[in-house]
Design a binder for this molecule. Structure first.
Ligand code: HEC
Ligand code: HEC
Length: 198
């Protein structure tokens, strides 16, 4: 039961942080700024290429945190660092871009039951933060439902090998299992219908 109590504390801390740092961006201004993102993420954030994560309907607070992490090299990825240096100039730009993408709807509107079954047994420990269908509710826990499978695999591998470090996920990575398990979990979440679907 100890584990469950810890999880609850984490959730409460997440909520407190959210209340303190959330500054609402302007989605209209963000849409203009998003012109620099189109080539990889598309205008509405439903990127077509597996290695470019979908941003549509993602939690605003998570997007803000993540953009700052790229800018500050907490999340050290050259592609996004180059973008961050050019376009994440100040908190207003970041908040506006996040507001634009968060307000878009995911195009993952159909659940794929077949693919869903594969990784289902493995995701019990993820549900407390991401929900069992990947449509996480709390703002600092990214939605995984309908995200590109290849991007999910890359992210999980990065947590596992330490390229991407974040206290909660670096711990969770100990439970991922081997490459096949990781692929199965990614397949499962990618196959879920997004709750922001059109
Ligand atoms: C040249 C292609 C490219 C362009 C242009 C680009 N991105 Fe990205 N973006 C990526 C890649 C690749 C990743 C995944 C990097 C990783 O593995 O961390 C990413 C990841 C992200 C993430 C993290 C998503 C998540 O689920 O954690 C955010 C937020 C983001 N980009 C925002 C933007 C914004 C805002 C712009 C425009 C100002 C932009 N990107 C332009 C390639 C691009
Ligand atoms: C205690 C809460 C918690 C649990 C449990 C948890 N996660 Fe996460 N997860 C997070 C947080 C917080 C982030 C964002 C971390 C960051 O900024 O890199 C995240 C990010 C992710 C990402 C990256 C998403 C993106 O858009 O880049 C993946 C993939 C992921 N988690 C998979 C899992 C899987 C699979 C499990 C179960 C084995 C799991 N998580 C369990 C809190 C959690």
């Amino acid at each position: 039961m100890h584990g469950i109590i810890n999880m609850k504390n984490i959730v409460i801390i997440g909520l407190l942080l959210f209340n303190n740092v959330h500054a609402a961006g302007d989605p209209i201004a963000g849409k203009t700024k998003a012109i620099h993102c189109i080539s990889c993420h598309t205008m509405d954030g439903n990127s077509k290429i597996q290695i470019y994560p979908k941003l549509a309907g993602q939690h605003e607070a998570y997007l803000i945190k993540t953009m700052k992490n790229y800018r500050d090299k907490v999340r050290d990825v050259p592609t996004m660092y180059t973008i961050a240096k050019k376009y994440f100039n100040n908190d207003t730009d970041i908040a506006d871009l996040a507001a634009h993408f968060a307000s878009q709807k995911s195009d993952t509107c159909i659940q794929q039951p077949q693919a869903s079954q594969v990784g289902k047994m493995k995701i019990d420990s993820c549900a407390v933060c991401h929900q069992s269908d990947g449509n996480s509710v709390l703002p600092f826990f990214p939605k995984l439902a309908g995200q590109h499978k290849e991007y999910l695999i890359k992210s999980m591998q990065a947590y596992k090998n330490g390229d991407r470090q974040e206290a909660q996920m670096s711990q969770m990575a100990l439970l991922f299992g081997d490459d096949t398990d990781i692929e199965n979990i990614a397949t499962y979440f990618a196959a879920q219908k997004s709750d922001t679907c059109k």
